[in-house]
Ligand binder design. Structure first.
Ligand code: NAP
Length: 285
């Protein structure tokens, strides 16, 4: 019988810990933990994400600073705002909601955020430190996966882990985290030969592909831990993952559902990174 990994329950428990840390920060240093969220334009999905991030801040006693710029904001306007936030000592984390409107150069904007305030864990220094297995701010989705595995007491040492997907924000940092946790890691992508056979070797299989129900039961070894990062719509418009959950679940020891698995952890790890960034900045004085 498989065990469902309940991302909502883990997320709530972690938010409780973050709230305590944020309260302790305020009582120690007399100032709130602060997160700045920058939204440029009118993308409706981005507006929902930003609203949920602000709500997450309210739940965890983190002060949010929301900045809404119009769709036609110039590169200079966005850069000027981000540069001000970098200098603002009340702000410990800066999040620029992606995607930005097409006329803006996202790379040049994100480059302005120093590693100490890069709560998305996207900047080169944070990625480099992750590769070196040093203290850093880690990309939220893969870090959320690690937290769930840790809280379920799933040991990774010496295990075969297979990650399907090599994006900079999910697949690559996921692989690095698993490697740092002493798993033997294989990273697969669209050009991988023998994908199914490779996945069949996995004790831990992480799917981060973006294709509805792509991972079928013949990909999965008996007793495997299956983590589904995907967020897709099925043929009926219903939210589903990259894993064909109904057919795969009975082969697994543990599996994450969609919705209610990895998804709820992502914003929680953003809040976790923000309180961590605040504590580290205070330690540095
Ligand atoms: P992405 O940038 O599109 O990357 C997808 C990866 O999957 C690529 O590396 C691609 O290979 C690989 N891939 C595509 N088709 C494949 C195939 N047929 N066989 C093997 N590999 C294949 O996507 P992403 O940003 O990493 O996101 C992945 C999924 O996670 C999406 O469904 C996204 O919505 C979801 N997501 C969820 C959360 C959350 O909070 N739950 C957060 C972020 C992302 P190539 O590199 O060769 O093209």
């Amino acid at each position: 019988m498989y065990k469902l990994i309940d991302g909502k329950a883990h997320s709530e428990a972690i938010r409780g810990e973050i709230r305590e840390r944020a309260e302790k920060f305020k009582s120690t240093y007399g100032t709130d933990v602060g997160l700045a969220v920058v939204l440029v334009g009118n993308d409706s999905a981005s507006q929902v994400y930003v609203r949920n991030k602000i709500k997450g801040c309210e739940q965890t006693n983190i002060k949010s600073f929301a900045y809404y710029l119009p769709e036609d904001a110039t590169q200079a306007q966005v850069e000027e705002l981000v540069s001000e936030l970098v200098e603002n000592r009340a702000i410990h984390g800066i999040l620029v909601q992606l995607p930005l409107p097409a006329h803006l150069n996202a790379e040049n904007i994100l480059k302005l955020i120093p590693e100490s305030k890069d709560v998305d864990g996207f900047c080169e220094q944070n990625i480099g430190n992750l590769c070196m297995n040093r203290k850093c701010l880690v990309a939220c989705t893969p870090n959320g996966v690690m937290k769930m595995l840790e809280r379920e007491n799933i040991s990774l040492k010496g295990k075969n882990a297979v990650v399907i997907g090599r994006s900079n924000i999910v697949g690559k940092p996921m692989a690095m985290l698993l490697l740092n946790a002493d798993a033997t890691v294989t990273v697969c992508h669209s050009k991988t030969a023998n994908l199914k056979e490779t996945c069949q070797q996995a004790d831990v299989l992480v799917a981060a592909i973006g294709k509805a129900k792509f991972v079928t039961e013949d990909f999965v070894k008996d007793g495997a831990v299956v983590v589904d990062v995907g967020m897709n719509r099925d043929e009926n418009g219903k939210l589903c993952g990259d894993v064909d959950f109904e057919h795969v679940k009975n082969k697994c020891s543990y599996i994450t559902p969609v919705p209610g698995g990895v998804g709820p952890m992502t914003i929680t790890m953003l809040l976790y990174n923000t309180v961590t960034a605040a504590e580290r900045s205070a330690e540095l004085g």
